[in-house]
Design a binder for this molecule. Sequence first.
Ligand SMILES: [Zn+2]
Ligand SMILES: [Zn+2]
Length: 282
Amino acid sequence: MRALTWQGKRDVRVETVPDPVIKAPTDVIVRVTSTGVCGSDLHLYEVLGPYLDPGDILGHEPMGIVEEVGSEVTALSAGDRVVVPFNVSCGDCYMCDRGLHSQCETTQVKERGTGASLFGYTKLYGQVPGGQAELLRVPFGNTLPIKVPDGPPDDRFVFLSDVLPTAWQAVEYAGIPPGGTVTVLGLGPIGAMAARIALHRGASLVVGVDLVPERLSRAHADGVKAFDLRRYGKDIGDAIRDLTDGRGTDAVIDAVGMEAHGAPLAKAAQWGVGLLPDAVAE
Ligand SMILES: [Zn+2]
Ligand SMILES: [Zn+2]
């Protein structure tokens, strides 16, 4: 099959590699039809290089069609359409039973002190071959893949692999009071989705901050009060306070990401966009 492989710092290539095969009786093989590229993949492109080997297959946001199932897979059969969550979890351990799938004790990489394994995401997370590939071996075929209906196009479902649940969790953790207000710093995929989810869940005002014109206009079209950081700079906090009776929004979601260290937007949090001190992340 063809797959995107890591070869070295700032060096990734589509190569021909062996097809994945069923190893455990609960494995399934998925033929990937759509797969996302994540801001988190930038870590692999740069700083996490020491934890990859040349040839490692990247990617953790795939969906596709089940091609083959192991002998103990009863929940899926060949031809089923599935989304594959980025987080490899067994669905059946102490942590999974409590909904803490990112700490799945079956796939946890204990020797590295990290959480559960992830597809396509370094030795720190299990060195599991990833989904930017024509075929993907998915363990825990009875519980991990999410079956979705045939019909609507892939982009109605593919965000279930990472972007939608990640953004939903951000809104959940932000604890916006009913009918309250929130500022979302960064309107990339996660920030834009978090802003839409906050509106969907009843926030009365969602402020978004970014400095990319296309992101700002998309957020505006979604009903977000979008602020262009290039225009406001250090006054961004005052601009948001002016909108909210001088108080600032009830909650703040930092969706800038760690990739943006040193970027002007990362500074926005330090400039005090929110007024609640412990809601402003460093
Ligand atoms: Zn991702
Ligand atoms: Zn588990």
